[in-house]
Design a protein around this ligand. Sequence first.
Ligand code: BTN
Length: 235
Amino acid sequence: EEIFSFTELPSTNRYAIENLQKLPSGSVVWALEQSAGYGRFNREWHSSRGGLWFSIVFKPRLLKDTGYYTKLISVGVAELLQELGCDAAIKWPNDVYVNGRKIAGILTEAVTEGEKLIGVVTGIGINVHNEIPPELSEIAISLKEATTRNYEVGFVLKKLLNKLESLRRKYLQVRMKKYFIRRWKKYLIHKAGDEITVSLPDGKKVTGVIEKINSEHLLLKTGEKTIKITAGEIR
Ligand code: BTN
């Protein structure tokens, strides 16, 4: 695949979405710094030098649901981070955590033209050796902090792209599908039976016991009711 690299962009996701027509499927848009990086729920995403900020463009003839890309990538990121020496786990739906703090975030966006879905852009942000702002130091961590090693950002990118390519090849084989989902589940921090509190996109909070957890939704048993949650954040 082709890598389009920039010293600075407002946001690699934004760039990929705006230039989707020009970018071949599989293209990677990478920026050393983002001035307006964003995450889920349109939250600001700190993207100073030293972190890995990039997006991948997917335009296959048959697009899978966005959960597929996010799941694939979160497993890839978790496995890579484990290989680099930290105990990474996935926090539903797609954050990657180390020692209870967030090390990476993934944002998959569907791109449409009128009614038609024309592509998917997945943005990945990994704190490599970027400075974590003090107000986030309790909830965020970098690879450098987690391993006390200084990995080069380009090295982490290459490694991750290789990993994703081999995961994707495996996943394409039908027999591998179950195995792959098992792998994703293995990395989850929260499992069926755990009691959790989830903030919903409207700000409301619900507490309950996980009945079922998969990449599309979370079934939460709260008292008599079981509710289905498709977007939110586990507190
Ligand atoms: C989240 O945890 O909410 C997702 C964070 C995604 C951040 C990445 S960094 C590269 C790409 N460009 C963006 O503006 N966001 C994503």
